[in-house]
Ligand binder design. Structure first.
Ligand code: SF4
Ligand code: SF4
Length: 166
């Protein structure tokens, strides 16, 4: 007799489980097929950094290091150099010869983006930041810089801002 009662209990538990499964079948899935279909993020999400350009291809960054000064995690290193007048890298007098961000230190607060006077450094939506080596997570200017065809906006320095602001 105890075996029969245990059998009834087991059958009831299986039935309850199947009913729970059945209730969820018509619902929209809450999981994402990452990495093929990454989870969308909010518009203001702050992910991996990028360095932007102007529409004429010049780099926006003028090597002022305000982003590094604003960073609470001391994650940014900037080394500026003088632009060659006939072959400038950026508008203005200087450009970032070296620009590095240590993503292991970064807390993705966005203060660097807020501090930048020329919209050079921005935090985009990429959150695929895991890797196997710490060195890889110190990203260089080459890895951060947008391609020349991705630039936008007229640079204000053409209109004499360089003399006023720098
Ligand atoms: S997001 Fe914040 S912590 Fe990260 S580099 Fe910018 S200022 Fe520093
Ligand atoms: S990213 Fe902006 S704040 Fe940072 S060095 Fe370049 S111009 Fe200055």
């Amino acid at each position: 007799m105890p075996g029969f009662i245990d059998g009834i209990k087991a059958a009831k538990a299986i039935l309850q489980g199947l009913m729970t499964t059945g209730r969820h079948v018509p619902r929209r899935p809450v999981t994402f097929e990452y990495p093929e279909k990454p989870k969308p993020v909010a518009e203001r999400f702050k992910g991996r950094h990028a360095l932007q350009r102007y529409s004429d291809g010049l780099e926006r960054c003028i090597g002022c290091a305000l982003c590094a000064a604003a960073c609470p995690a001391n994650a940014i290193y900037v080394e500026a150099a003088e632009n060659e007048p006939g072959n400038p890298v950026s508008p203005g007098e200087r450009y970032a010869k070296v620009y590095e961000i240590n993503l292991l230190r970064c807390i993705f607060c966005g203060f660097c983006e807020d501090a930048c006077p020329v919209e050079a450094v921005v935090l985009r939506h990429d959150y695929n930041l895991a890797d196997y080596s710490r060195g890889i997570l110190v990203v260089s200017k080459d890895e951060l810089l947008d391609s020349p065809d991705r630039g936008f906006g007229e640079n204000l320095f053409k209109q004499g801002m360089s003399e006023r602001a720098l």
